[in-house]
Design a protein around this ligand. Sequence first.
Ligand code: ADP
Length: 404
Amino acid sequence: MTKILVLNAGSSSLKFQLFAKETLQSLASGVIEQIGEETSHASLQFINSAGKSQQISQDLAIPEHKAAITTMSALLKESAIARDIRELAGIGHRVVHGGEDFHQPVLIDQKVLTTIEKLIPLAPLHNPANLAGIEVAMQQAPNTPQVAVFDTAFHQTIPAHSFLYALPFDLYERKKVRRYGFHGTSHHYVGKEAARFLGRPFDSLKIITLHLGNGASAAAIDRGRCQDTSMGMTPLEGLVMGTRSGDLDPAILFYLARESGMTLDEMDEMLNKKSGLKGICGENDMRTITERIKEGDEQAELALDIFCYRLKRYIGSYLAVLGGADCIVFTGGIGEHSSLVRQKACEGLEDLDISLDPTKNEASSTRARAIHHEQCKTQILVIPTNEELEIASQTKKLIASSPP
Ligand code: ADP
């Protein structure tokens, strides 16, 4: 009972990470990919008894999540990191959509399962996979406390004037059409880590968090409570992303339907998979885009400019929402590693007391760090995100407070 397992079940993948319960030190992490295809790939990286990092992997047919969890258990047993998943202190599950029902992580019982199921229409791609992961884990470790941590929960403090769209009000009442926001676990984690870095209480700070990965979102946090976020009813709204458009005029879709006969499914595919950075320059990976820019590729530069301009617009609007910010936090693969994106997003904001120190911005590191000019009031931080650690930490907290 000394370990906590974190599970992130997607439609065709299962990511998992094992933590020591007391220290929350990571002991092993793994992934099972291509679930449901002819050959699936399972791998586990762990620290062996000699204190060295070791990897084991396997290619085999894994038809569904039940088999995936069985394979995960076998890998953990083979590594001698966890002999039996029934002996874990707790299992934390990432759940994408908690609707308006979940404002914080919860211990999973039948009522919670029914509610997650009820929310499937709001997240038809994610919640069924998350639910499958939970159900199998509950069957295989029936006496182990299981916790659900929702991507949407941290954003449930957003006030109505910000979460409501200016649509007929009964769409909210009957169909729950509203902004929910996503990446909440990451925004919450890096917000708290920023406060820790600054040596100030989280609930005393105004923070703008920028989670820039393949998906990207911004959040405005006022003294520990989220006030606004850029993703909306779905993860399509807001910033420009790898393959997603982010904000656009909805009437473009009526125009395309009338003028080129595009169907709803084609538009869905275009906005989610063929737009964003990829739509502009044919490439969604920021590393490749940066390389292409160095070689003088103007289309790649245009994609970067559109990405950074949208980011700056959100920084500006959240400065207005919060009435200024104590700090701006960059995180996610792009936020943590692309000095070029950080530089372009902050460029020209000096009169707002936001200014990067170029040397600090260029220095590469995997640690939390400050990258602003020392005399600036608004601190600019790079904080590596760690959603799995946050889920493990929330799971630890809940199992400690639950009756045995
Ligand atoms: P996900 O949202 O899938 O978790 P990540 O947070 O890992 O994704 O972010 C992936 C993005 O981070 C990709 O666009 C990748 O190119 C970018 N990225 C990773 N490392 C660098 C780097 N050194 N410089 C620029 N971009 C980077």
